[in-house]
Design a protein around this ligand. Structure first.
Ligand SMILES: *[C@@H]1O[C@H](CO)[C@@H](O)[C@H](O)[C@H]1NC(C)=O
Ligand SMILES: *[C@@H]1O[C@H](CO)[C@@H](O)[C@H](O)[C@H]1NC(C)=O
Ligand SMILES: *[C@@H]1O[C@H](CO)[C@@H](O)[C@H](O)[C@H]1NC(C)=O
Ligand SMILES: *[C@@H]1O[C@H](CO)[C@@H](O)[C@H](O)[C@H]1NC(C)=O
Length: 371
């Protein structure tokens, strides 16, 4: 990594002098997060022997091989990069050349939490996929910064034309506790801590020169195949008319409301920065409510890839493992492997953020349409 960074410093200087000013709204995207946006960091970190996301059928729709993305194809961050005319973000832990680095880097690691890993071990929760929490990812950004820009003026100019995606992150903080404790009131108690971790990271990025930030909220977890399996209930009252668990969706809404309030404070303290809230919940709820309209003609709440059970989620035969198989056309499913969504679902959400109305204030208009 060290030699790579040095190499990047020298190479980047030449690149920058040579390149003419671009007409795209952003010159680079820096992304922080978890498996919703990891484009290869967990895979590159090697700490994944217990997970099968390095096996087919991961990647089968778009890349045609497993890239470390938790989906059959592209993620929201890939669609966003494409819409802004930028390359798919290289994973930080696998950076190989400068040309890619200066147009953006992805620090997201699947399984990462917003709160540091010690918090969970103190709670007696084991089995985090990674300890590379948001703070660690922020540290990586700071370490890489000297290879991206040097003087304060240089950095300010560069980051002014960069998009910073701070999340989605925090979903795993809830996932780990939800699965271990099965107690939603414990989740509610954690919300302020998760939000504090996110707003602290966003403020630090602003101090580093970030001017365009997007902070996404949580998905409707009550519609997730993994949660539907773990919190399976015999009481019909626990489900809404779309088959989603009410209490979990209420929790996601509660979290999102608190996050939006915290962003108001962040905007107040940093009036020069543009801080958008990305409403993943609203953007995703559209296809849980009207699946066929979005082409999801498969069983909407079921995972495309899995090893059986009412939602096709089976911990002894997870997607990519022996005993599991994928549906023949993932574009007809919203859920990919139980926890994560299909490329088709991510496309719908990314469209909702970029074309509106699910980011507020709206993101800069992209030069390209999402295909
Ligand atoms: C890392 O980079 C190498 C060389 O570019 C590539 O072959 C490999 O697939 C990458 N791995 C990940 C996890 O991105
Ligand atoms: C996270 O850190 C703990 C404590 O140092 C360690 O036991 C655990 O193996 C680490 N987990 C991963 C996935 O690296
Ligand atoms: C859930 O957690 C709350 C808060 O920690 C606790 O008061 C309550 O007893 C727990 N409920 C169950 C069923 O464990
Ligand atoms: C879950 O997977 C195991 C191992 O492949 C299998 O024996 C079991 O029947 C599966 N359960 C369901 C409900 O399909």
């Amino acid at each position: 990594m060290k030699t790579c960074v040095l190499l990047i410093i020298t190479l980047c200087f030449f690149e920058k002098v040579a390149s003419h000013k671009s007409c795209l709204p952003f010159d680079a995207i820096f992304n922080f997060g978890d498996s919703l946006s990891d484009t290869g960091n967990l895979l590159a970190s090697g700490a994944h022997t217990f997970l099968a996301f390095g096996n087919p059928p991961y990647g089968k729709t778009f890349f045609k091989y497993p890239t470390g993305r938790f989906s059959d194809g592209r993620l929201m961050i890939d669609f966003i990069a494409e819409a802004y005319g930028l390359p798919h973000l290289p994973p930080y832990l696998n950076l190989t050349n400068c040309k890619n680095a200066h147009r953006g880097v992805n620090f997201a690691v699947a399984g990462a939490t917003a709160i540091d890993a010690e918090f969970f071990s103190e709670m007696g929760i084991k089995g985090l996929w990674t300890n590379n929490s948001l703070n660690i990812q922020l540290g990586w950004f700071k370490k890489l910064k000297p290879s991206l820009c040097t003087t304060k003026k240089d950095c300010d100019n560069y980051f002014k034309r960069s998009l910073f995606m701070v999340g989605e992150i925090g979903g795993n903080d809830h996932n780990y506790v939800a699965i271990a404790k099965k107690n939603i009131s414990q989740l509610v108690q954690m919300v302020p801590l998760v939000i504090e971790a996110i707003t602290n990271a966003a403020s630090e990025l602003i101090d580093e020169g970030a001017m365009n930030l997007v902070v996404p909220g949580n998905l409707p977890v009550g519609c997730s195949a993994m949660y539907l399996t773990a919190f399976n209930s015999h009481n019909k009252e626990d489900y809404d008319r779309h088959g989603c668990l009410k209490e979990l969706n209420d929790f996601a809404e509660h979290y999102n409301i608190q996050l939006k309030l915290a962003l108001q404070t962040l905007r107040h303290n940093n009036p020069h920065a543009k801080i958008s809230y990305a409403d993943y919940y609203g953007a995703a709820l559209r296809f849980f409510h009207a699946p066929v309209h979005y082409g999801f003609t498969g069983e909407t709440l079921k995972a495309c890839c899995g090893g059986g059970g009412p939602f096709n989620v089976n911990i002894s035969a997870g997607c990519g493992n022996i005993g599991s198989k994928a549906c023949s056309d993932p574009s007809t499913y919203a859920n990919w492997d139980g926890i994560h969504l299909t490329e088709a679902a991510y496309r719908v959400i990314a469209n909702g953020l970029i074309e509106g109305p699910f980011s507020s204030p709206p993101l800069s208009p992209p030069p390209f349409k999402i295909a």
